[in-house]
Design a protein around this ligand. Structure first.
Ligand code: ZN
Length: 405
């Protein structure tokens, strides 16, 4: 006797082993026991099974719960005031001179208590959940000192423990240079390598380490040191790479066995080949492309040609991607980057799970995986990427339990 049997539904398994678009099983059913999927198939093939709860879904579509694999969800304050100033005619320089930009977020994040960070992030997290997210990656990166980075990761953990969602925490250790280190870059990188990474690893606060490899961020040499330190402490790595220029970050990350390289607007074939050889995921972030009004698109055709899996994420952050809707990212991935609706949904399920190293646990509807599911009242899965402003799934299920907001 199973716990639950979802029936009379269409199942977009997103499982590459299931033939056909979206790995779809029409007129299907899903058996759930102890929070896991124990059977998925045609309704007729599951007809002999019994469950405590049998739930006919009236022809709705069931997808894996969405996985938002790149966010900066926890931060102090927000930058709506700067957004307003800019649209009232202030230049970036004027805003920066007045203390705006990333440093204003870092200051507010340092000043906020752990509880304040949690409560400020909670409505953002709930918005992503309402939009279908059942797993959300959360990066630190606005503390720029060990104490505040750890406070951000503790906030991420507290959110995961108090909401019906899985949280994957990432230490974004080299994001920006804090003003107190403006004339001592090397000292800052030393501090991250010698103090911050060991402290975070000892406390078990992060699963991966990330950096920002860019002219306005950190050099490939500095990122290389970061990755070596992460490796020495048993943490996986990923990288913000080739967003505004090409410093060879994708290939650098590939050389360190990274889970993913993210952004990639300026990636070239050499970088894409290296990612393919390393089995990395390309995380595309159309929200930042949109908010920054960028014009150079990531090399989707090259990624396809080399068989690099593409994930899609909100990049939710206060400066360059104030995005609170996972399905809007699927829409933008299609309209701005040319992904197919199936690629976009794969990008927020099966490939996003891989970008977090969680592909054994979530991302597809397959036997043995966690029963993280979304139930959508749509006629075909392409509607998830088609509508702009879709309100979200009718129901969410996390680890086999109803998890509506
Ligand atoms: Zn980011």
């Amino acid at each position: 006797m199973w716990d639950r049997l979802l029936t009379n539904c269409n199942v977009a398994t997103m499982d590459p082993a299931v033939p056909g678009g979206f790995g779809a099983i029409e007129d299907g059913a899903i058996g759930i026991q102890d929070g896991r999927i124990v059977r998925v198939g045609r309704r007729i093939d599951l007809a002999g099974y019994r469950a405590q709860r049998v739930e006919p879904l009236g022809g709705a579509w069931v997808t894996p719960g969405l996985v938002d694999c790149h966010t900066h969800l926890v931060f102090g304050g927000n930058r709506a005031g700067e957004f307003e100033q800019r649209l009232n005619g202030a230049s970036y320089e004027e805003i920066a001179r007045a203390g705006g930009g990333i440093w204003s977020t870092a200051k507010a994040t340092r000043l906020a208590s752990l509880e304040e960070l949690v409560e400020q992030a909670r409505p953002r997290l709930r918005a992503l959940m309402a939009g279908g997210a059942t797993t959300v990656e959360i990066k630190s990166g606005y503390g720029l000192d060990t104490m505040t980075e750890m406070k951000m990761l503790e906030a991420a953990r507290a959110l995961g423990e108090s909401e019906k969602v899985r949280v994957a925490p990432t230490l974004l250790a080299l994001h920006a240079l804090p003003p107190e280190h403006r004339d001592a870059r090397g000292d800052y990188v030393d501090m991250v390598v010698d103090e911050m990474i060991p402290a975070v690893a000892d406390a078990g606060l992060a699963q991966a380490v990330d950096g920002f490899c860019e002219g306005i961020g950190f050099t490939p040499d500095e990122i290389g040191r970061l990755f070596e330190a992460a490796d020495a402490h048993g943490l996986r790595v990923k990288l913000h790479a080739e967003q505004l220029s090409n410093l060879g970050g994708a290939a650098l990350a590939a050389g360190h066995g990274a889970l993913s390289a993210d952004h990639l607007e300026h990636a070239d074939e050499k970088g894409v080949e290296a990612m393919a050889r390393a089995g990395m995921v390309a995380v595309l972030l159309p929200g930042a492309f949109y908010a920054l009004r960028e014009t150079r698109r990531p090399p989707v055709d090259l990624l396809r040609a080399h068989g690099v899996a593409m994930a899609v994420a909100t990049d939710c952050n206060p400066g360059t991607s104030p995005i609170l809707s996972p399905t809007l990212m699927m829409s933008m991935a299609c309209t701005l980057f040319g992904l197919t609706p199936e690629e976009a949904l794969s990008g927020m399920t099966v490939h996003a799970a891989r970008a977090l190293g969680l592909e054994g646990e979530i991302g597809t509807i397959a036997v043995g995986k966690a029963a993280d599911l979304c139930i959508w009242r749509v006629s075909r899965p392409a509607e998830l990427a088609y509508w702009v402003g879709l309100p979200g799934p009718e129901r969410r299920i996390v680890a086999g339990e109803d998890a509506n907001i």
